[in-house]
Design a binder for this molecule. Structure first.
Ligand code: FUB
Length: 324
């Protein structure tokens, strides 16, 4: 068990209403004291969503024992904050094995809201179709509980073999709803893909399209600011985060270079980008918790993101102080 370096405010034993949100049994609150955000457990592959004046942070729970070097991620966690200072961890809302067709492995994911429902796109290892796959869970609340929305995978490895023969290319989903209401799923490892989603958010609405990006490794994330669409992604290995821009959600994408350098003590970097109360934030992971942090015991951090006048993004400055 890691030493808790943040200040824990309390473990709630009764349900109570506070700050406009429901705190339930086993919610844990803590005050942000700089990066990493969560100091008492390992949290990887952050995805963030802004909803009703709160930031919701979703992350895989790295549980690889110290001394071992492999991904052991069985469940995802959810945290919320109204101000990026006071955070609440809610009970575990979803596990890889909640998908009856999956073998396990709670890899990277993203949650998005549509019409009052919350859709959680996740990477898991498929039970019968060899390779990684993408599933989708749904909930009426951003903190869950979530349930499998389809009873089957949305994307399986055999759907993309015309592009690559590897078993781990169908990972790291990111979802974006464009201004006209059309939803898009981007994902990939080695090869980046996108496909349209139906309005029900749980079925594809067209073909899988390969996206051409220089030195693409994984972890695509789509966001929009003004008239520009941004596709950021992990590049090479160990990973930096690079990005491309376009006037259209489907591209063509113009490569713009490095957004974030190698993250400390971790081969992977995995970013999420959000605007919250008028400021932009870059959320990522590194291996910074001493003494056992590393590529398989990662920690989520947050730093500010700034734009240049022409819409390009300034390189991220990763800090210990973070956004206090
Ligand atoms: O956490 C497992 C995998 O490592 C993720 O799916 C990738 O993005 C990388 O961070």
């Amino acid at each position: 068990m890691n030493r808790i370096k943040g200040i824990r405010l309390g473990l709630f034993s009764v349900a109570l209403i506070a700050s406009g949100g429901l705190l339930t049994q086993n919610d844990t609150t803590f005050v942000y004291t700089g990066n990493p955000i969560v100091k008492y457990k390992y949290t990887a592959d952050p995805a963030a969503m802004v909803y009703n004046d709160k930031v919701y942070l979703y992350a895989g729970h790295d549980e690889c024992p110290p001394g071992s070097e492999y991904y052991q991620i069985n469940e995802w966690c959810v945290f919320s904050t109204p101000d990026l200072k006071t955070w609440t961890e809610h009970p575990v809302p979803l596990k890889a094995k909640d998908f009856s067709w999956a073998k396990g492995e709670a890899w990277a994911s993203q949650v998005i809201e549509r019409n009052g429902k919350f859709y959680w796109y996740v990477t898991v290892e498929h039970g019968t179709i060899p390779g990684k796959s993408i599933g989708v869970a749904v909930s009426d609340s951003p903190i869950g509980p979530f349930v499998d929305a389809r009873g089957s995978a949305l994307i399986t490895n055999d759907m993309t073999t015309e592009y690559t023969q590897i078993f781990w290319d169908d990972i790291d989903p990111t979802v974006f709803i464009d201004d006209d209401g059309q939803a898009y799923l981007y994902w990939g490892n080695t090869q980046c893909y996108y496909a349209r989603l139906k309005e029900n958010m749980i079925e594809l609405d067209g073909p899988i399209v390969a996206v051409d990006l220089p030195c693409f490794t994984e972890a695509p994330w789509i966001h929009k600011r003004g008239e520009w669409y941004y596709l950021s992604y992990a590049s090479e290995f160990p990973e930096k985060i690079c990005y491309a821009m376009s006037r259209n959600i489907t591209g063509p994408w113009e490569y713009k270079g490095i957004l974030n350098e190698l993250a400390g003590n971790s081969n992977t970097n995995h970013q999420a980008i959000i605007e919250f109360k008028g400021d932009w934030y870059f959320i990522y992971h590194n291996g910074s918790i001493n003494p056992h942090g590393g590529s398989f015991r990662r920690s989520t951090c947050i730093d500010r993101l700034y734009y240049n006048e022409d819409g390009t993004m300034k390189r991220i400055q990763m800090t210990i102080e973070g956004c206090q």
